[in-house]
Design a binder for this molecule. Structure first.
Ligand code: ZN
Length: 450
C-alpha cells in the first residue's frame, strides 16, 4: 500500500479503490457478480446526502445478490432534463498469473490506482457517484433530476442488470439523457466521445452432405468438406467498407497525413491504406464496415461416420441502419454460388444504435471537455457493445463519456480494458470528474462550478 506520494486522496479515488476491493467478478454465471457488495459501498458513500433527505435510493435485486442501485436527486422543475449517469458495478475475471499486483487490492502507486475494473468502468462509476453526492449536498437544488444508475451484469449482457431494470422498473430508470462508458481517450488532438455502437447479427450456416461409413467413403458427400469450401469462401470474400459521417470524423481527428486521410475516405483505397494505421488499424477496419467472423464449427459425431451435416456460426457486427434483411443479402453476396448449399439460421442479436451528436447533452460535453482539457471532441462509434445501447433503443440520447489524460490513446485504452495490470491514473479520474461537474451544472444545475 502506498499513499500515492502524500497527496490528499479525493472522494472519487477513495470510492474507486473501495469498489475494486469488492471484486464483483462476473463470469457469466447467474450467481456470479454479487454486485450487492458494491451497492453497499455506494450506500455508505451516499449516506450523508440520503440522511439529509437530498437523495432517494432504491436497491433493486434481479436475483439473489444481483443488485443495482438507483439514486435520484430530485430537481425543482419537472420540465427540465433528467440526466442519467449509467455505471456498471461488475468486472470481468482475471488471470492472476498475468498480474504484477493484487488485481483486487485497489493499490494506489505513483499516482495510479490498480485493479480489475479500474478502467472498465469503476473509475467512472465512482466519479458519477461523487458528482451525484456533491450535487445533492450543494446549497441550491438542481432544476432537473440527476440519477445514478449503478447496475449489475453489464459484462455478461445485462440480463440481470439493465434489461431487467428497464423491463421491471421503468419508472425508477426514467431519465431523458444519459452518460455511460467508453469515451475520453485521445484521438490526435481530439477527445473521443462514443455516440454509436455496432450491432450484432449472429448467423448459423447449416451445410448438408450425404453420410456414409468412413471405411467406404465412395459415394458419400461429407459435410466436412462442404464446411471447408464455405469457410474458404468466407475467407476470400469480405464485406466492403461503407464509410460514414462518423468514419470521416474519425479520419479527420486521428489522421494527420492528408494523403493517407484522402485514401482512407475513399472506399476503393481504404483497405490498402489500413496497414499504415498501426495499432488502430483493427478499430478502423471494424468501424468502417460490417464484419463477419466464423467462430464455432461443428460437423460429425463419431470418428468412423462421414458427417451428414455441418454448421458454421458467424459473429456478424452491423452498422447503424443495417437491417436483418441487409445481413442476409450481404451473406448471399459473400457466399455467391455456394448460397444454394447453405441454410441460414438467425442467432441472437441486437441492432446497432446511435445518438445524434446534435443533442444539447453532446454540446454540453463539448463545452466541458474544451474547458477542462482545451481539446475538441470527436464523436466515435464503438466496435463492441455496452449498456448504453439499451437506453438508445428507448430513444434516450446516451454517450460514452470520460476524459482521460493526454497519454491515453485509443490503443492504450483498449489494452487497459479487460487486460492484465489494469490501472488508471488519478489525473484521469480528476479530469473526468471536473468535466462531469460542468456537464451536470449545465444540464440540470444545482452545482456551482468555478
Ligand atoms: Zn464496461
Amino acid at each position: 500500500m502506498s499513499d500515492g506520494g502524500g497527496a490528499q486522496e479525493s472522494d472519487a479515488v477513495g470510492l474507486l479503490r473501495a469498489l475494486i476491493r469488492e471484486a464483483c467478478v462476473n463470469d457469466g454465471r447467474p450467481d456470479s457478480g454479487q454486485e450487492i457488495r458494491s451497492v453497499r459501498v455506494l450506500q455508505r458513500f451516499l449516506a450523508p446526502a440520503v440522511a439529509a433527505g437530498r437523495i432517494e435510493t432504491q436497491v433493486l435485486e434481479s436475483a439473489p445478490g444481483r443488485a443495482s442501485l438507483i439514486a435520484r436527486v430530485r430537481g425543482t422543475d419537472p420540465s427540465a432534463p433528467s440526466l442519467g449517469l449509467l455505471g456498471h458495478l461488475d468486472v470481468v475475471p482475471v488471470d492472476p498469473e498475468g498480474w504484477t499486483r493484487n488485481p483486487f487490492g485497489g493499490d494506489l502507486i505513483d499516482g495510479e490506482i490498480w485493479g480489475r475494473g479500474a478502467v472498465d468502468m469503476l473509475y467512472l462509476t465512482a466519479a458519477f457517484a461523487a458528482v451525484l453526492r456533491e450535487t445533492a449536498l450543494a446549497p441550491e437544488r438542481p432544476r432537473g433530476d440527476l440519477v445514478l444508475l449503478a447496475v449489475a451484469d453489464e459484462e455478461a449482457g445485462g440480463e440481470y442488470g439493465i434489461h431487467w431494470l428497464v423491463r421491471e422498473h421503468p419508472d425508477a430508470m426514467r431519465v431523458s439523457e444519459a452518460l455511460s462508458e467508453s469515451g475520453g481517450m485521445r484521438m490526435g488532438a481530439h477527445v473521443a466521445i462514443e455516440v454509436a455502437e455496432k450491432g450484432s447479427a449472429g448467423r448459423r450456416l447449416v451445410i448438408r452432405g450425404k453420410p456414409g461409413h468412413a471405411s467406404i467413403p465412395y459415394g458419400a458427400a461429407s459435410a466436412a468438406y462442404r464446411v471447408g469450401e464455405v469457410l474458404q469462401r468466407l475467407g476470400e470474400v469480405a464485406p466492403a467498407a461503407q464509410p460514414s459521417e462518423l468514419w470521416d470524423a474519425f479520419v479527420a481527428a486521428r489522421i494527420g497525413d492528408p494523403a493517407l486521410a484522402e485514401r482512407l475516405r475513399d472506399p476503393v483505397s481504404i483497405d490498402a491504406a489500413l496497414p499504415h494505421l498501426g495499432g488502430i488499424a483493427g478499430y478502423a477496419h471494424a468501424v468502417s464496415r460490417i464484419t463477419l467472423s466464423p467462430t464455432v464449427l461443428r460437423a460429425g459425431m463419431t470418428h468412423n461416420v462421414i458427417p451428414a451435416v455441418g454448421t458454421i456460426d458467424l459473429d456478424i457486427r452491423t452498422l447503424p441502419g443495417t437491417s436483418d434483411a441487409d445481413v442476409d443479402q450481404l451473406l448471399a453476396a459473400v457466399l455467391g454460388p455456394l448460397i444454394d448449399e447453405v441454410e441460414i439460421q438467425h442467432l441472437r442479436g441486437w441492432a446497432a444504435t446511435a445518438s445524434s451528436a446534435r443533442e444539447p447533452l453532446f454540446a454540453a460535453i463539448e463545452r466541458a471537455v474544451g474547458a477542462v482539457a482545451g481539446a475538441p471532441v470527436v464523436p466515435i462509434m464503438a466496435a463492441g457493445g455496452s449498456d448504453a445501447r439499451v437506453l438508445r433503443e428507448l430513444g434516450i440520447p446516451a454517450y460514452g463519456f470520460g476524459l482521460l489524460g493526454p497519454d491515453w490513446t485509443y490503443e492504450r485504452y483498449r489494452e487497459g480494458v479487460h487486460g492484465n495490470d489494469e490501472r488508471i491514473d488519478v489525473e484521469s479520474v480528476e479530469l473526468s470528474l471536473a468535466a462531469l461537474r460542468l456537464i451536470v451544472a449545465e444540464r440540470v444545475g444545482g452545482l456551482v462550478v468555478e
